[in-house]
Design a protein around this ligand. Structure first.
Ligand code: OAD
Length: 252
């Protein structure tokens, strides 16, 4: 008889595990956040005509207002969204295993993992509710939406602010990549939820974990490049997955 896959994953998670979770746009789809590349019937961002252009570093210097228009449009939609049961389950698993035993790496900039209460969280692509100076090193929260001015200004130097997100053409912050790759390398379980796993270098983390002996589980309603190397594939959406898995976990 085949073992129940949720029971199997739950046993890996609870048996003295170090868990590294990688999430992408798909985990927020059932909260109402559009994805970038679709899949699983999820809507995609309107006007997302070319990610490598609209979310590209070069545009900061060519048309900063357009960058803010694009982010403000997304912030308007996302501010109405709430964490769903899968975001909440991940925060609960962190509380169950403790900060040291659980690292959540997300490519999402929507801030929903923060709202769900996750703490050992690496937001690899930044967070759209924060801004930083285009010409200075100041960082500041930026929660007003819609923005009061087309290009918000730095509270310290008065120069233009930009979204505190990683754009195409930019590198991840070194400390984020070091922390994320180290979490994947030392994990006993790598759980990947709702990502097409096409954007480098986040896309490398599952294979890095697997190469270092981790048990790799993938949750996605569509097959992805990771399906081949995964030990377990849950071909379903994030919320029903979370509801099924939580039955087998002794959550706080
Ligand atoms: P994508 O939009 O590329 O992929 C979303 C994935 O979620 C697809 O594989 C879908 O099949 C899956 N999916 C859809 N609905 C789902 C659901 N309800 N539950 C689980 N999975 C579901 O998003 P990412 O892989 O996150 O980067 O994209 C990675 C990066 O590309 C983003 O961070 C962004 C983008 O360009 C930047 O902006 C720098």
């Amino acid at each position: 008889m085949t073992e129940d896959p949720y029971r199997l994953l739950a046993s890996y998670i609870t048996q003295g595990a170090r868990v590294c979770v990688l999430t992408g746009a798909g985990i927020s789809a059932e909260s109402g956040v559009p994805t970038f590349r679709g899949g699983g019937g999820a809507p995609i961002w309107r006007n997302y005509w070319d990610p490598t252009k609209l979310s590209h570093r070069d545009l900061l210097y060519k048309d900063l207002k357009l960058v803010w228009d694009w982010f403000d449009y997304r912030r308007e939609i996302i501010k109405q969204c709430e964490p769903n049961p899968c975001h909440i389950l991940l925060a609960d698993i962190e509380r169950m295993l403790g900060f040291e035993g659980f690292t959540l790496v997300t490519q999402n900039v929507d801030g929903l993992h923060v709202l769900a209460g996750s703490q050992n969280l690496i937001e690899m692509h930044g967070n759209m509710w924060r801004a930083k100076g285009l010409r200075c090193t100041h960082h500041q929260p930026l929660t007003e939406s819609p923005l009061q001015e087309p290009i918000p200004q730095c509270a310290v130097c008065g120069g233009p602010l930009r979204p505190n997100v990683v754009l195409f053409g930019e590198n991840l912050r070194t400390r984020d990549w070091n922390a994320a790759s180290s979490a994947a390398e030392t994990a006993t379980v790598v759980l990947v939820i709702g990502t097409q796993a096409e954007v480098y270098p986040a896309s490398e983390l599952p294979a890095l974990g697997k190469a270092n002996g981790a048990f790799l589980a993938v949750v996605n309603p569509e097959p992805t490049g990771l399906s081949r190397i995964a030990d377990l594939v849950f071909e379903e959406k994030a919320v029903p997955f979370a509801q099924s898995l939580s039955k087998y976990l002794d959550l706080p």
